[in-house]
Design a protein around this ligand. Structure first.
Ligand SMILES: NC(=O)c1ccc[n+]([C@@H]2O[C@H](COP(=O)([O-])OP(=O)(O)OC[C@H]3O[C@@H](n4cnc5c(N)ncnc54)[C@H](OP(=O)(O)O)[C@@H]3O)[C@@H](O)[C@H]2O)c1
Length: 316
């Protein structure tokens, strides 16, 4: 099968479209024929060796974490899924080696779910990593609930596009940061208040809107944005980052729960997300599609940092 492989860390030049062996499945796994895979910032970060502190890597390594496709084979112990099922998954393993930029992906059936029936393969592939990230940060970590005020940084990005919708579904009020060209987009996704992070100071604007602070800040940007956000979380609230390593004691003095969420595969949550999509509660992000052979170009596009929604790679 064809796959985008790296043999060393580096820029786009280390990505090689190679012929590699088709994966063999274990009894608990399914083999998925990939229709589409998505581009995430972690793809170029992995390619450049930026996430070696989070997971061990083994060369040659196939890039990619998201898949939408059709089941071609099921392991002996798999009962819930069948050959021919349309599925999607976030395929993170304990070692970075067998990614999803490949014609076939083998993965534990427990973490694979039926994709939303009202989506295209491209739309479905855009969801697993970002939707699980948003779910695990907002609900598992920050316990966002009805009546909460939630500030989501980078609402127009992949994670932000879903986080806005999930927080609104929980009946929270959503404030988000975005550029003016994306205001209509984040408003359509449900944002109640929008802050132009280029020309406005999000701390000042948030303090004007919520003098006591917000219940949760979901940081999808990191660095200075993460650190200054502590200022606008109320006592008893949460500051959750997916970009910054967080010392557990950070925020303790203010009575704020802080933490870093590293997204984990979760088939049950993906099934719940599929129901929300089918019921019209969550819509797929804005998409830009590239053919599979243009993966290096697609990664560089995402690396610029201004993706609106998601970039996906189509294999068909
Ligand atoms: N820990 C985890 O498990 C995990 C999981 C998923 C993602 N992540 C990380 O989280 C980050 C976001 O991921 P993503 O997939 O959402 O990325 P993305 O789709 O590439 O994000 C692009 C968006 O970020 C916006 N943006 C850039 N700088 C901003 C700023 N200072 N303030 C507000 N918005 C800003 C851009 O808006 P403009 O076009 O207006 O600039 C664009 O809409 C990445 O660093 C990624 O690696 C971590």
């Amino acid at each position: 099968m064809k796959a985008w492989v790296i043999h060393e860390f580096g820029g786009p030049e280390v990505m090689k479209l190679e012929e590699v062996g088709k994966p063999e499945i274990k009894s608990s796994e399914v083999l998925i024929k990939t229709e589409c895979t998505a581009v995430n910032p972690v793809d170029w970060k992995m390619r450049e060796g930026m996430i070696t502190m989070l997971l061990p890597h083994e060369f040659p390594a196939i890039i990619g974490w998201d898949v939408a496709g059709i089941i071609e084979q099921v392991g002996d112990d798999v009962k819930r899924l069948r050959v021919g099922d349309f599925v999607y998954a976030f395929c993170r393993r304990s070692v970075v080696k067998d990614g999803t930029y490949a014609e076939y992906v083998a993965f534990d059936a427990e973490h694979v779910a039926h994709m939303p029936s009202n989506l295209t393969m491209a739309q479905a592939s855009s969801l697993p990593l970002v939707a699980l990230t948003a779910w695990q940060a907002l609900f598992d970590f920050a316990n966002v609930k009805e009546g909460d005020n939630v500030l989501i940084h980078a609402g127009a990005g992949g994670v932000g596009s879903i986080a806005i919708q999930l927080a609104k579904h929980a009946k929270a009020r959503v404030i988000t940061t975005a550029s003016p060209r994306n205001f209509d987009y984040v408003k359509k996704l449900g944002a109640d208040d929008i802050i132009d992070y280029n020309s406005q100071d999000f701390i000042e604007v948030t303090k004007q809107l919520f003098p006591e602070g917000v219940d949760t800040v979901f940081d999808c940007v990191g660095g200075k944005t993460f650190h200054s956000s502590l200022d606008i979380v109320k006592k008893g609230g949460s500051l959750v980052s997916i970009c910054n390593a967080v010392d557990e004691s950070y925020g303790a003095e203010k009575g704020v729960k802080t933490g870093f969420v590293f997204v984990a595969p979760n088939g049950e949550q993906l099934s719940s997300i599929a129901r929300l999509v089918e019921n019209g509660v969550v819509v797929a992000p804005n998409l830009e599609e590239f053919p599979f052979h243009e993966a290096p170009i697609a990664l560089e596009k995402n690396r610029e940092g201004h993706t609106k929604g998601k970039i996906v790679l189509s294999l068909t």
